[in-house]
Write a protein that binds this ligand. Structure first.
Ligand code: ADP
Ligand code: MG
Length: 447
């Protein structure tokens, strides 16, 4: 019985992330005579969870890849059983989403229909790249050609590239679209040369209306492929066919021939920068909506504040949070978000600085209200006062921006935060008793 367990598990990453977490470190072997498979997992906890929660799902998977009467058991792997407490590594790496082999877009292999303009959040960091991509998709070969998109890892280059392909396809299903990566391109060149079928290669690449090439920096590694790419490029642009490429750095910084670089420079070059706080919150909101989860504003703010490197890590942390909440059956709150962050970012230290949650807790206790009330829209005098006080203290004891503070207090506008701070400042000046009360509160928080 031969089947590719790793591949099966790999696909679960997108179709069933929570099961994926528990199978990520597993191996499987099947006995043909007994028609039985043994799945080896790293710990007793894995075994327990899989048996209790996922046995039906696993059986279905095995039935699909082997046969209808197959059975299975879960065993703790001998080599790993000696390591005590092997906790599951709950990281959902969104890195290489397995591309569907028979693409649901129709006849375009490797075009990932998940990546659309509709689900791409636009902010200052990617506004230009987004606009250029959209313009290209709406009139391929007629506006910006070639379009070169560059930026750091996990910032949305691949997403935009596929979004272009999807939109062109939607508008014109007859359009010949070829989406690939520079790595695959190199491989293709080598294969065609090997089999002496370069004519096929030329036909394949030069008959398209739209050529989308991801991660062009890989071309630095293949001299022969570079040559081929250059010719493909020339022929396509002479025919006014659209080319879009992505890369981790701008053309001039790539180690490629000048003639190729100047070809890119002749088109339009758009960069993508890391997203700012507001964009990160917006992306998280979109993820939450996609996954049908209700996530409190303070949790969104917390994640957006702490994961600021790239969108892939942000998504991974969010998926981890959702998975944790499903596994433990607890609701999504700040505590769980901290746990999720520790999983995806082990160096995260929640005690490093005074957090808004501590301020909120102490202020709420002081005013004898619930912490949630601080983020609500409730307006009774004591709640409004507590909220304004907490905003003021946060502004003074932390380096959160007005926008961030607003987000932590129920998604309020930054002008509301500013108003609260002004009001409290005024009261401190005008009312000695209030000032003393404030001093005491701040002392408690700092302790
Ligand atoms: P890159 O190719 O630049 O390394 P990707 O395009 O693979 O990054 O993006 C990483 C993840 O982040 C993907 O899941 C993608 O959908 C998501 N993503 C990136 N930018 C955005 C955005 N602006 N809005 C929504 N999701 C985004
Ligand atoms: Mg990419």
């Amino acid at each position: 019985m031969s089947f590719d367990w790793d591949q099966i598990v790999g696909q679960l990453k997108t179709s069933s992330p929570s099961l994926y977490i528990w199978l990520e470190k597993s191996t499987a072997s099947c006995d043909e005579k007994e028609n039985k498979c043994i799945i080896e997992v790293p710990s007793g906890l894995h075994k327990k969870n899989l048996n209790e929660k996922y046995s039906e799902a696993i059986l279905n998977i095995l039935k699909k890849s082997i046969n209808d009467s197959v059975s299975f058991s879960v065993e703790v792997s001998k080599s790993q059983a000696s390591q005590k407490n092997v906790e599951p590594k709950i990281t959902i790496k969104e890195q290489q989403i397995p591309l569907p082999l028979d693409s649901p877009a129709g006849h375009i292999p490797y075009l990932n229909t998940k990546f659309k303009f509709d689900n791409f959040i636009v902010g200052d960091s990617n506004r230009f790249a987004h606009a250029a991509s959209k313009a290209v998709a709406e009139a391929p070969g007629q506006t910006y050609n070639p379009l070169f998109i560059y930026g750091g890892v996990g910032l949305g280059k691949t997403h935009l590239l596929h979004a272009i392909g999807n939109l062109v396809y939607e508008k014109n299903p007859q359009a010949k679209i070829l989406i690939t990566t520079a790595e695959k391109f190199i491989f293709d060149v080598v294969q065609h040369i090997g089999s002496g079928k370069m004519a096929d290669f030329k036909e394949k690449y030069r008959s398209v209306d739209l050529l989308l090439v991801d991660d062009i920096e890989f071309l630095q590694k293949g001299i022969q492929a570079r040559e081929e790419f250059f010719h493909t490029f020339n022929d396509l642009s002479n025919l006014n066919k659209q080319i879009v490429a992505t890369s981790d750095s701008p053309p001039q910084e790539l180690n490629l021939e000048d003639r190729l670089k100047s070809r890119f420079a002749a088109g339009i070059i758009a960069d993508i920068q890391p997203p700012n706080f507001e964009t990160r919150v917006a992306i998280l909101k979109l993820k939450a909506r996609d996954m049908n989860k209700i996530v409190p504003d303070n949790v969104l703010a917390f994640l957006a504040e702490h994961v600021d490197t790239n969108i892939r890590s942000l998504s991974a942390t969010f998926s981890t949070l959702v998975a944790l909440s499903m596994q433990t059956g607890s609701e999504i709150d700040l505590d769980l978000a901290k746990q999720a962050l520790k999983v995806t970012n082990p160096s995260f230290d929640s005690n490093k600085k005074i957090g808004i949650d501590l301020i909120q807790q102490i202020v709420a206790d002081y005013y004898n209200i619930k912490v949630q009330d601080l983020s609500s829209r409730k307006r009774p005098e004591n709640i409004a006062m507590a909220r304004q006080t907490a905003m003021y203290i946060t502004r003074n004891l932390t380096d959160y921006s007005l926008v961030q503070i607003g987000q932590y207090f129920g998604g309020k506008d930054h002008t509301t935060v500013m108003h609260a701070i002004k009001k409290v400042e005024h009261m401190i000046k005008a009312d000695d008793k209030f000032r003393l009360a404030m001093d005491e509160l701040v002392a408690r928080i700092k302790k």
